[in-house]
Design a protein around this ligand. Structure first.
Ligand code: PHE
Length: 478
């Protein structure tokens, strides 16, 4: 440990030092990074497409329940573990409970990060492509058919999608290498609010389209006959994914936070803003989907097919807004990718004793290599689209395999174990004090409420959903 600190000192890199010492510049810096991690493709790409395929308003209700009672409490467990441990996910468990196998959860998180990044970068690559389209001709030609053609080009192509994916990975690697504070925090400070404003602009356009009412109904008028096990599984895994919980991303960020910050309040703000953006993304998309007579259950292609059609309707303003919008989605994706890669890098630095630049290079290259087959199997028409892996009778393309295993299994499992660790491996008092921070009151009722939620409702909820998912996965005919 001390030897590794010496290495990092040796590099005489002020940004690296800020990293190792565990200091985000300020509360704002931490909040930006954490909110930047939470808000990403999960909100703007994942949430609408999952809501579209899983029953609309019913999905929204279950999702909100999952956020409030399960994912947000689990996130707070991670945040408090991270600040307490002041090191990597693996090291944190080792530090708090030496000589026990809990650290394996940190390890699974690192692996999950690796897996998530490999397919996340594929979608981030597509976003880059749309941004470039915006820089060029714009979206005026984007009829339903043309939108689908452009997306299909990315799904079936070989070089083009790989180049964009590589670009996304390289940018992530470069920023991680240069450090978070100077680059991404400063950028996020201006860009995230701008994303908000643009989203609202698109929402206004979308809900005022003729026939938009059906979209609002789809989002807010629940049809409980659509409620089933798949809705719940999908909502819970989406809640984990969107709050960046279950793989140590929040844990890692919190390990850089100073003691005076109230983690409970931070968690509420992160969850609140993240949920706000997800709902705005839904409002931007569904009214337009219905107004244009498209399929709400269009799946992963939804934002790439639907949004450009809205921009096409907006004339020159659409060109501007569309271009800015894809740029900002990319920034949102980038701030998330950084947080997905950071635990991997921190682990390689803290536990494997690699130097930071080497760790960054290895992690980025590894995730990119794993991402190549994901990129080429994102659709069944893709270059590797016809190759499937057979698991318990499920035929999964490589992309789906990575997405399914990480989102449906690894993240909930990681969150479950973190909650169980709070119950079995850590002292209640220490956890509550960590949440309150040095200035807060650890005996506040809200912190008690969190504690009991996180050791009862949250793990029981996750366990039920996980068992259901595993059962469904193992018996695919059902
Ligand atoms: N929360 C990010 C999103 O919604 C994804 C993410 C998952 C980031 C896991 C970090 C860890 O896009």
């Amino acid at each position: 440990m001390s030897e590794q600190k010496f290495h990092l000192h040796d590099q005489a890199d002020p940004i690296d030092e800020a990293h190792v010492r565990g200091k985000f510049g300020s509360r704002l810096g931490f909040m930006l990074a954490a909110v930047g991690s939470a808000i990403g493709l999960g909100n703007i790409w994942g949430f609408p497409y999952k809501m579209g395929t899983s029953g609309g308003a019913v999905f929204l209700i279950v999702y909100l329940v999952c956020i409030i009672f399960v994912a947000a409490p689990a996130m707070l467990v991670e945040l408090s573990l991270g600040r307490h441990g002041q090191t990597s996910p693996v090291g944190t468990y080792k530090k708090i409970a030496p000589g026990t196998p809990w650290f394996l959860n940190g390890f699974m998180g690192v692996m999950a990060g690796f897996v998530i990044l490999s397919f996340y970068s594929v979608i981030a690559g597509w976003v880059i492509k749309y941004f470039i389209v915006g820089l060029g001709k714009g979206f005026s030609e984007f009829t339903a058919e043309h939108s689908e053609d452009v997306l299909r080009g990315l799904q079936v192509g070989l070089t083009e999608p790989l180049v964009y994916q590589a670009l996304a990975m390289i940018l992530t690697g470069v920023i991680i290498y240069m450090g978070i504070e100077k680059g991404i925090e400063r950028a996020a400070k201006y860009l995230m609010p701008l994303l908000f404003v643009l989203l609202i602009l698109i929402v206004v356009r979308s809900v005022t389209l003729k026939g938009a009412g059906a979209g609002l109904e789809f989002m807010f008028k629940p049809d409980f006959s659509k409620l089933n096990a798949q809705t719940v599984t999908s909502a819970l895994s989406q809640a984990f994914f969107t709050l960046s919980v279950g793989m140590g991303a929040m844990l890692t960020y919190a390990s850089y936070v100073s003691k005076d910050i109230h983690l409970g309040r931070s968690a509420i703000m992160i969850a609140g803003m993240d949920t706000g953006v997800a709902i705005l993304a839904g409002l931007a998309i569904f009214p337009a989907v219905f107004a244009f007579g498209l399929e709400a259950s269009g799946g992963p292609g939804l934002i790439f097919v639907t949004l450009p059609q809205i921009f096409a309707q907006m004339g020159f303003l659409g060109h501007l807004v569309g271009t800015a919008f894809f740029f900002l989605i990319f920034i949102a994706a980038l701030t998330s990718m950084i947080s997905i890669l950071e635990p991997v890098v921190t682990w390689l630095v803290d536990d494997v004793n690699l130097k930071r630049h080497l760790a960054t290079g290895l992690a980025t290259t590894g995730a990119f290599l794993l991402g190549i087959p994901a990129c080429l199997s994102a659709s069944d028409k893709g270059v590797l689209g016809e190759y499937t892996v057979s698991l318990f009778g499920n035929e999964l393309r490589f992309f789906d395999l990575l997405e399914n295993l990480s989102i449906n299994l690894m993240l909930p499992l990681g969150g479950l174990v973190a909650c169980l660790f709070l119950l079995l491996g850590w002292k209640k008092r220490a956890a509550m004090e960590e949440v309150a921070g040095s200035e807060g009151n650890p005996d506040h009722w809200a912190i008690k409420l969190w504690y009991y939620t996180a050791i009862t409702l949250a793990p029981v909820g996750i366990a039920c959903v996980l068992v259901t998912w595993i059962y469904g996965f193992v018996n695919p005919t059902k």
